[in-house]
Design a protein around this ligand. Structure first.
Ligand code: 7TS
Length: 410
């Protein structure tokens, strides 16, 4: 099976009309739709195997535990991790980054240290670092983006100037949710390692779309969400190098993460259980494993080629529209599968509302990139983000919907 039309029967939700028009779902940057295989895995778990994990000796609990740990190994394989113990289940990207901030950073940072981020970070990879900086006395710095529309991406020529020996942690997005830029993550990790900085990759937008292997990237941590990669909401992953995870203190206390508890104090299990206090999202984890199967059957090289093709088509079509400003790479330059744009004099919320009347689902706003949008002088943009089930017909529907927007407001 190939991305595009062939996958449509797998996504029941896409076969509906909104406002009397065929639904064209282009809000995949916010969350993806779920194939029947993932929905079936969730209901099969609740229909046949539901029980708590890691604490029962009865048949259902053992089955649930097996399925849960099988999914951990599956996720490890999905991102090229050597050891399933390097996979910590969390509630999502935001939760994963907060784990590193509250545990590793809280323990290791002090006044004078620098946390390096980039100007294109999602609030999830920005605010947790501001919070931990305030608690530890560390300073946050930002590697700039280049160009009036950030069309040249990160200013890599200035990386050495920013990657000083004071930098203890460098956290950056793999794929910008607003610019459609794929950052050279392996090179950024290599350069950070040379100054002894720990690296955190925000892979929320990339992991279900682009080939990705944590060992080839050479990162210390990598965070992502299930729901943007065909999986359920409420579940995510923190990958961490084994030695680092083992050196880190717990961040939340409770059942499941302890070795021994006395009234006077407690000791912790090794990673990953140390970081998984309380009953986890068992069904979500099992659904995430099914999402890995679905994506790997198509292959991320094929999905990436498909996404990039649709975004390039959309870019060429939209660039013709009067008064449009498109962020990120110029036409013909490499671009991942999403496109943010603004029309002079038309608010993004109006663009999204009129597009919705045509059945086309877009996102409008600051996309949780407020500092970047302020730097580029835009209050908001509309965004079309593509995934494996979108087609060239969807690109045509997008262009037609935007012509309606221009007719309506122009
Ligand atoms: N990092 C990036 C790069 C993101 O795009 C998002 C979500 C997150 C982190 C946070 O993920 P969560 O699952 O923990 O919420 N981005 C978007 C978006 O672009 N539109 O809606 C959510």
């Amino acid at each position: 099976m190939r991305p595009g039309h062939e996958t449509l029967p797998d996504f029941p939700i896409l076969h509906q009309e909104v406002h009397g028009k065929r639904l064209v779902y282009l809000d995949n940057g916010a969350t993806s739709q779920k194939p029947r295989a993932v929905i079936d895995a969730l209901s099969a778990y609740y229909l046949h195997d539901n029980a708590n994990v890691h604490r029962g000796l009865h048949a259902l609990s053992m089955r649930a535990t097996d399925a849960f740990e099988h999914a951990r190994a599956r996720v490890a394989r999905f991102i090229g991790a050597a050891d399933p113990a390097e996979i910590v289940f969390t509630a999502g990207t935001t939760d994963s980054i907060n784990l590193v901030a509250s545990s590793w950073a809280e323990q290791n940072l002090r006044a004078g240290d620098v946390i390096l981020l980039t100007e294109m970070e999602h609030h999830s990879n920005l605010v947790p670092w501001q919070l931990v900086a305030a608690r530890t006395g560390a300073t946050v710095r930002y590697l700039p983006v280049l160009g009036a529309d950030a069309e040249h991406g990160l200013d890599l020529e200035r990386l050495d100037e920013y990657l000083t020996p004071q930098v203890k942690l460098f956290a950056f997005t793999h794929l910008s949710n607003t610019l459609g830029i794929l950052n050279p993550a392996a090179e950024l990790c290599r350069r950070a390692r040379a100054v002894g900085a720990v690296t955190v990759i925000d892979a929320a937008q990339s992991v279900g779309h682009e080939p990705l292997d944590v060992q080839a990237l050479g990162c210390d941590f990598l965070a992502f969400s299930g729901h943007k990669m065909c999986g359920p909401t409420g579940v995510g992953v923190l990958y961490g190098r084994r030695a680092l995870l083992d050196s880190m203190p717990p961040w939340r206390g409770g059942g499941g993460m302890i070795e021994n508890v006395e009234f006077a104090g407690s000791t912790w299990k090794p990673a990953p259980e140390r970081f998984e206090a309380g009953t986890p999202d068992i069904a979500g984890v099992i659904g995430l494993g099914a999402a890995c199967d679905y994506i790997d059957a198509l292959g991320r090289p094929a999905i990436a080629a498909h996404d990039h093709h649709l975004a390039a088509l959309a870019h060429a079509a939209l660039a013709e529209l009067p008064g449009i400003r498109i962020l990120g790479p110029r036409v013909g330059e490499p671009r991942a599968g999403l496109l943010s744009f603004a029309f002079a004099g038309i608010h993004a919320h109006d663009v999204v509302t009129v597009a919705d009347q045509q059945g086309v689902a877009l996102r409008g706003g600051h996309h949780c990139n407020m500092p970047l949008m302020k730097k580029l002088g835009l209050p908001s943009t509309a965004r079309a983000s593509f995934y494996l089930y979108n087609t060239e017909d969807d690109v045509a529907a997008l262009a037609a919907a935007l012509r309606k927007v221009l007719k309506f407001f122009g």
